[in-house]
Design a protein around this ligand. Structure first.
Ligand SMILES: Nc1ncnc2c1ncn2[C@@H]1O[C@H](COP(=O)(O)OP(=O)(O)OP(=O)(O)O)[C@@H](O)[C@H]1O
Length: 311
């Protein structure tokens, strides 16, 4: 079953359409990335999924149930880590988690044990009684996560949880996301840090002007812009090179020579680098360097939207 099913979702603020006819299915066990520049509509979409904003048009289902008709069920099954910190500075770490888990419906001894478990999960087990106003930025972010996961939601939504924090907390958070996913939660992760999305997401939707302009695995997105990879091999001399033999290798499309550099354009899907190198070595060539450039998500984003993610 799909954990989240969005059908033709639209949000209009007056005449302005912030989310435009967006449809999407997220399956159990995915870490799904929403990638988009500032103002693309990511937070607006998330605020509708979490019922913080009313829907203008379209439907959202969590675990097969419409979130408007089954609001209590939806609330119990979603955990949101918002972009802006949502913790109370004049409450202790434990009181914060207890408060939010209570809002999600936990009570009594279960609430207590889950709050303790969530604090331990984010590495704040020694800080139960500390006031969050004394925490570093990274610790506050981690507490923010504990508040969202104590009720063990099926779907956890993280809206840019690593903005403005130190590298150590960043890597802690990314590892926690992977761990939460291994423990059975489906994750939606929004970011404009391309490397993070590449590192942790199983599938990605690129959002621009409120629309999904492409979605798929990293490999599928990269294949949209190019099915070619470029290999540059620097050799001592190209004198002995048999260009025809290189062209005969499966996947190789073109071979060009520029001084002592052989430039090969090949099908990105075919792993033929070993064969190319073997062929060069068999003809007695001395290889000095090899570079294979594959497109990254930054290139995909630029090509599809005409803009950089961090404009
Ligand atoms: N309450 C509102 N009233 C009018 N316009 C709004 C409102 N909320 C958001 N918008 C507009 O909707 C668009 C999408 O905003 P949104 O915050 O969803 O983008 P985002 O992709 O989350 O960007 P960011 O990465 O900066 O958070 C923006 O142009 C924003 O100005």
């Amino acid at each position: 079953m799909n954990v989240l099913e969005i059908n033709k979702l639209t949000k209009q603020f007056g005449d302005f359409i912030a989310v435009d006819n967006l449809s999407l299915s997220i399956q159990d066990g995915e870490i799904f990335g929403f990638l988009g520049a500032n103002g693309a509509g990511k937070s607006t979409a998330i605020n509708m999924i979490t019922s913080l904003l009313p829907i203008t048009r379209g439907q959202i289902e969590i675990l097969g149930k419409n979130i408007v008709k089954h609001s209590k069920f939806a609330k119990a099954n979603i955990g949101i880590v918002p972009q802006e910190l949502a913790i109370y500075e004049d409450m202790t770490a434990y009181e914060n988690v207890q408060f939010f888990a209570g809002l999600y419906g936990l009570r009594g001894s279960l609430l207590k044990s889950r709050a303790e478990e969530a604090l331990a999960f984010v590495g704040l087990e020694d800080k139960h009684r500390s006031y969050s106003k004394n925490f570093s930025g990274g610790m506050k972010r981690r507490l923010n996560i504990a508040c969202a996961i104590a009720h063990r939601p099926k779907l956890i939504i993280m809206d840019e949880p690593t903005v403005g924090i130190d590298p150590q907390s960043r890597s802690y958070i990314l590892n926690s996301i992977k761990k939460l996913n291994e423990m059975g939660s489906t994750i939606i992760y929004t970011s404009h840090y391309m490397e993070e999305v590449e590192e942790i997401c199983t599938r990605i939707a690129i959002i621009d002007h409120g629309k999904i302009i492409a979605q798929g695995t990293k490999q599928q997105l990269k294949a949209i812009i190019t099915n070619q990879k470029n290999i540059s091999i620097e050799v001592r001399s190209v004198e002995q090179l048999d260009v025809e033999k290189l062209r005969d290798i499966v996947g190789v499309n073109t071979v060009e020579l520029a001084d002592a550099v052989i430039r090969i354009s090949s099908d990105a899907e075919i792993n033929n680098l070993n064969k190319i190198i073997q062929q060069l070595m068999a003809s007695g060539m001395e290889i000095r360097s090899v570079e294979a450039d594959e497109p990254n998500l930054e290139t995909v984003f630029l090509t599809l939207t005409g803009r950089s993610l961090r404009d």
